[in-house]
Design a binder for this molecule. Structure first.
Ligand SMILES: CC(C)(COP(=O)(O)OP(=O)(O)OC[C@H]1O[C@@H](n2cnc3c(N)ncnc32)[C@H](O)[C@@H]1OP(=O)(O)O)[C@@H](O)C(=O)NCCC(=O)NCCS
Length: 191
């Protein structure tokens, strides 16, 4: 006999699309986004609610995720392809920087019917999209994360994402990098 308690949790339907800076609908959707009240969370929210829309900015490539049932913004990811120096490489290299990534407070920890985390699914989409714009699919990925952001650090350093903290950046920010598999092995062997 099955009861309501035997039912799987309701499946969220999340759609992902590229944010359009000339879309009033997207601007309105982003305007109320909040992923929390901690300093690092406010910075992520401030980017998508305000900073991204400042005129004349060299805009990051941003994907928006929307929860279909409520029409609310689930989260977003903003990336850019740039060139940086890395301790693992002798010369500057093209990389993908994950500039901002956040899930709305109401949806943090959300899973689909197979138990997969929606944040993880969104990041997979954001990463694949960024990789398709990079000069090579084997680019390193880079991001900065506040050292007090335990949830974020856990998310990025999980084996599914595979980022490693390579050092302090500035202020409370740590620099995290994920090298392509071949060079990660070379770097580890060189140590
Ligand atoms: C980081 C973020 C995108 C992750 O999305 P999420 O839906 O919260 O992801 P999860 O629920 O899988 O949480 C990530 C991990 O942190 C763990 N976690 C949950 N609450 C935690 C807490 N208070 N402290 C530490 N870890 C916590 C989760 O259990 C999970 O670990 P697990 O996979 O080993 O179980 C989301 O929390 C967020 O938007 N945070 C605010 C913005 C932000 O920090 N962005 C990244 C900036 S670098």
């Amino acid at each position: 006999m099955g009861g309501p308690e035997d039912d799987p949790p309701p499946a969220l339907e999340v759609t992902v699309r590229r944010l359009k800076l000339d879309s009033a609908e997207d601007k309105a959707l982003c305007a109320t986004f909040s992923c929390g009240s901690e300093e690092w969370e406010v910075q992520v929210s401030d980017f998508i609610t305000r900073k991204l829309w400042l005129p004349g900015r060299d805009a990051e490539h941003t994907l928006l995720a929307v929860e279909a049932g409520s029409g609310l913004m689930f989260g977003f990811g903003a990336t850019k392809v740039t060139t940086v120096e890395l301790p693992q490489r002798p010369d500057p290299v093209p990389i993908v920087r994950v500039c901002y990534f956040g899930v709305a407070s109401a949806f943090k920890g959300a899973v689909d019917t197979d138990g997969r985390k929606w944040a993880s699914r969104l990041y997979t989409t954001v990463e694949a999209d960024a990789r398709s714009r990079a000069p090579s699919p084997d680019v390193p990925f880079e991001l900065f994360c506040d050292r007090r952001n335990e949830r974020g650090l856990r998310f990025w350093t999980d084996t599914k994402r595979g980022f490693e903290v390579i050092g302090a950046a500035y202020g409370d920010l740590l620099r995290l990098v994920r090298m392509p598999p071949d060079t990660a092995g070379v770097a580890a062997a060189a140590q």
